[in-house]
Design a protein. Structure first.
Length: 421
């Protein structure tokens, strides 16, 4: 089963633009499927495509042994304009120098689409990332609109964030199986999850975690002590959504604090975690400054944490899982729309806190997240404090929760159902 992706519309526009494309993203979010489907159905007339899937051992060995074969094969083709698709380019970083040369020599007729799930190996190999020659994009797990969820808001005034538009009206899969909030909080939103049964979803997520350790960590020698890294990964998953206590993680993993920081760098470079920095600009109070880390997918997070992959886990820390889900949707949506916005959290040394602060450049949008179906003014203390401290930059505050309809709780604060985010 395939789902319509927001980036398909971007590819339609990209082919008319002057640069090649570097598409990042974690494993199994659908990068290969997206590009292959577009090359088959969306490539304009007059173009031909060439694919080099480096996850195929025979293709990878050929490119490793003699990268120049790529140029020879492309030159032996027709005179048509070419799109060259190199999948998982980090597996042969040496190809990037040749790609740069080919882009410079044939930029009017040749365009490259490169995908990668790890920037770390490319940097460690000393390869360049084609500065000035590529547009960079990122593909994430499925967003609400890609799953076919309709946006119920009657207007922009009742939603804090814009919704991305699909390629065509109604394209977002009216026939897709229902995969709701509790499903995503339990099993995440990797593209294959909605079509699987509960047992297969659990087995797939467990395999994802073990393959990540095997392929990304062991194969690339990113961590010498795999046992310690495995323990760290479970602990980091359990801490996902919080500012981790590095000294505690180091003690429980059996490695040093510098090693723990290095492990988090590995997770970021392989796109397994999102990093949320605290909002610090013009603060009048001393703020607590450590970043928070969120696993890129709630299902992968649950599997990495060693939790039972059933809806029973929602009875424990449901608020934290709900917050995690909402923040991931926000990050994915902002990226998909190429918005130059930044997402932060805010907390003072006195404990005043806002779960998410979206900085649009022109204004700050504070958003508190509650899993509750009942809200009261006591839930607004953090929002009130933030809006007082940054009154010149805040127009409206929001409380995202599970109420059925929007409610005006204060002059500048509105509570909305989570679907209206």
């Amino acid at each position: 089963m395939t789902f319509p992706r927001i980036l398909t519309g971007y590819l339609d526009r990209w082919i008319r633009r002057p640069k090649s494309l570097l598409l990042w993203g974690p494993r199994q979010v659908g990068k290969t499927t997206l590009i292959e489907n577009w090359l088959e159905k969306g490539l304009p007339r007059g173009w031909e495509s060439h694919a080099y899937p480096l996850q195929d051992p025979s293709v990878r060995r050929r490119m490793e042994q003699e990268p120049g074969i790529l140029q020879e094969e492309l030159l032996a083709g027709t005179g048509k304009r070419k799109v060259i698709f190199i999948d998982e380019v980090q597996k042969v970083p040496a190809l990037l120098d040749l790609v740069q040369l080919l882009i410079d020599r044939h930029k009017s007729k040749w365009k490259f689409i490169l995908t990668g799930s790890s920037a770390r190996k490319i940097r460690r190999a000393g390869a360049n990332l084609l500065p000035g020659r590529v547009f960079e994009k990122r593909l994430d797990p499925l967003m609400w609109s890609e799953l076919g969820w309709p946006h119920p808001s009657p207007g922009r005034s009742l939603t804090p964030l814009p919704w991305p538009k699909m390629r065509k009206a109604g394209e977002a899969g009216r026939k897709t199986p229902r995969f709701g909030l509790e499903d995503q909080m339990t099993w995440g939103s990797l593209p294959e999850m909605p079509a699987l049964g509960a047992a297969d979803r659990s087995e797939t997520l467990k395999s994802y975690v073990s393959l990540y350790i095997e392929q990304e960590i062991r194969a690339e020698a990113l961590a010498r002590n795999l046992g310690a890294f495995n323990r760290f990964l479970e602990l980091a998953a359990r801490e996902s959504g919080s500012a981790p206590n590095l000294s505690k993680l180091a003690q429980e993993s059996g490695v040093s604090m510098p090693a723990i920081k290095g492990y988090y760098a590995i997770l970021e470079d392989t796109f397994l975690v999102e990093r949320l920095e605290p909002y610090l600009k013009n603060a009048r109070k001393r703020l607590m400054a450590p970043p928070r880390h969120f696993f890129f997918d709630t299902g992968v997070r649950n599997a990495a944490a060693g939790l039972p992959l059933t809806r029973d886990i929602l009875a424990v820390e449901s608020g934290r899982r709900f917050e995690h889900h909402i923040i991931l949707e926000t990050l994915r949506r902002i990226r998909s729309m190429d918005l130059p916005w930044k997402v932060h959290y805010w907390r003072t040394s006195h404990g005043a806190e806002v779960d998410m602060v979206v900085d649009t450049g022109d204004e700050l949008v504070p958003i508190e997240i509650k899993h509750s179906t009942h809200v009261s003014r006591s839930d607004l203390s953090g929002l009130h404090q933030f809006m007082e401290d940054y009154r010149s930059k805040v127009r409206q505050g929001w409380l995202v929760c599970r109420i059925p309809k929007p409610r005006k709780l204060a002059r500048q604060i509105t509570a909305i159902p989570w679907q209206m985010l």
